[in-house]
Design a protein around this ligand. Structure first.
Ligand code: HEM
Length: 410
């Protein structure tokens, strides 16, 4: 039976698109169409295992241009397979998954946050979504070896947020995202060329130095444009943690009973809170690739080149996995091992080998530390629209979370 093009439905329904289809069909696997191609929405740990096997799903030529032109960048690690992916991924793993590196990034973030709080307290009110992005963007850029002055940080933060905000829409947000990407790729491409020519020296071992000197499978350096794309693939998603900071504030306003335990410095609870924020709130809707040949999943024959989409939002709200999935309960993560294919806000599988996000430990560490600081803030919350539309991808509290900061109890 011919299936109608569903891109419009995706834009209209947002995060509910695949879950609604599953409910309507009474099946875990739903055939649909996306971007002119047949597509299969899949969900659950076994489905995730299926998708992360390169025999079933590959990434090259699978990610639509509007997503590459805004969110990931062209030539990014997200779009590679096999040996090319393995070699490029090793660069990210070496840069992002070292304990001492993560600790020094968290230290920079919390110091920048503490400085910012003093300034926030002098203003009538702040928009947390924007201010937390300023804190994070400045800290991660410097940690990565990208030279920025304090005065340049807010514009950088706005550009990095714009790239994330505009990937799933055709309107003005999309135009802003493309312009922001163009500007920042040109800027970082120049930096990479200056580092290579010795005009600028950066800290040895910093992301800028490692990416500038990285060699691909064929022994060649990255094209300076692709090097800029990959540097952005470190500082952009880190700045996207500002979405989770805004969601954390939303959670603390709606369920204030979590505040004391966080503020008291219960580290295990802070980590559980970070996991629950990443599970509960909508961010990346799904990930996808294409079938390199005809494959079978859940009784469906998936033709060669069809898209396969793992419904991340749906899986994070699957009642079989989480029980009561629409209750915000950080305790569910206390004393619980998380399987590699269960909690999927940042993908599934092995982050060192598969496409799973190599920045997940950074995200959890930064978010836990900032959630504790957020819980310590002495604030008034003025009347505002804190609603989160599931039709908007990426979702966010509508007001950006306006706070009147009086100080911090930290
Ligand atoms: C990949 C989400 C933070 C760097 C991914 C993927 C998702 C994701 C869904 C795709 C996984 C897949 O295709 O299988 C997020 C979210 C974040 C976040 C929601 C928090 C806001 C970070 C951070 C970094 C980072 C902090 C770097 C410091 C990357 C890179 C990839 C990736 C380089 C591509 C990996 C590959 O293709 O092998 N992320 N991420 N992300 N993420 Fe993140």
């Amino acid at each position: 039976m011919p299936r109608l093009e569903n891109s419009l439905q995706l834009f209209a329904k947002g995060y509910g698109w695949l879950p609604d289809k599953r409910r309507a069909l009474g099946r875990r696997t739903v055939p649909t169409r996306l971007g002119g191609l047949p597509a299969y929405g899949i969900e659950g740990p076994e489905a995730a295992r299926f998708l992360y096997d390169e025999d079933h799903v590959v990434r090259s030529h699978a990610i639509p241009e509007p997503v590459r032109g805004t969110l990931f960048g062209k030539g990014a690690v997200h779009t590679l397979d096999g040996e090319k992916h393995r070699v490029r991924k090793a660069m990210f793993v070496a840069l992002l998954m070292r304990e001492d590196g993560i600790a020094s990034l968290v230290q920079r973030m919390t110091a920048a946050w503490d400085d910012a709080v003093e300034e926030w307290a002098r203003r009538p009110q702040i928009v947390l979504f924007e201010e937390s992005a300023n804190v994070i963007a400045g800290a991660v850029a410097r940690w990565a070896g990208v030279p920025v002055t304090d005065g340049e940080v807010p514009a950088l933060a706005r550009d990095l947020q714009a790239m994330v905000d505009g990937f799933a829409t055709g309107g003005p947000r999309h135009v802003r995202a493309r312009r922001a990407r163009g500007r920042r790729e040109a800027w970082l491409g120049r930096l990479v060329r200056d580092v290579r020519s010795g005009t600028i020296s950066v800290e040895p071992g910093s992301a800028v130095e490692v990416v500038a000197q990285h060699r691909e499978v064929d022994g060649e350096q990255l094209d300076s444009h692709v090097a800029a794309v990959e540097l952005l693939n470190i500082i952009r998603p880190t700045t996207a943690i500002s979405w989770f900071v805004a969601f954390s504030a939303h959670a603390l306003i709606r369920w204030p009973e979590n505040r004391k335990r966080l503020a008291d410095g219960d580290a295990a609870f802070a980590e559980a809170f970070a996991h629950e924020v990443r599970r509960f709130y909508p961010f990346a809707p799904f990930i996808g690739g294409r079938a390199p040949r005809a494959v079978e999943w859940d009784g469906e024959r998936i033709p060669e080149n069809a898209m396969v989409l793992l419904d991340l939002y749906g899986q994070n709200h699957d009642a079989d996995l989480w029980g009561d999935p629409y209750a915000f309960r950080p305790e569910r993560f206390l004393g619980r091992e998380i399987g590699a294919f269960e909690l999927v806000p940042q993908g599934a599988g092995d982050p060192r080998a598969d496409h799973r996000c190599p920045g997940e430990q950074i995200t959890v560490a930064v978010l836990s530390a900032l959630a504790v600081r957020l819980a310590c803030l002495q604030v008034d919350v003025p009347e505002q629209d804190l609603s989160i539309s599931l039709r908007r991808i990426p979702a966010r509290p509508r007001s950006g979370v306006v706070l009147q900061v009086r100080g911090s109890a930290a």
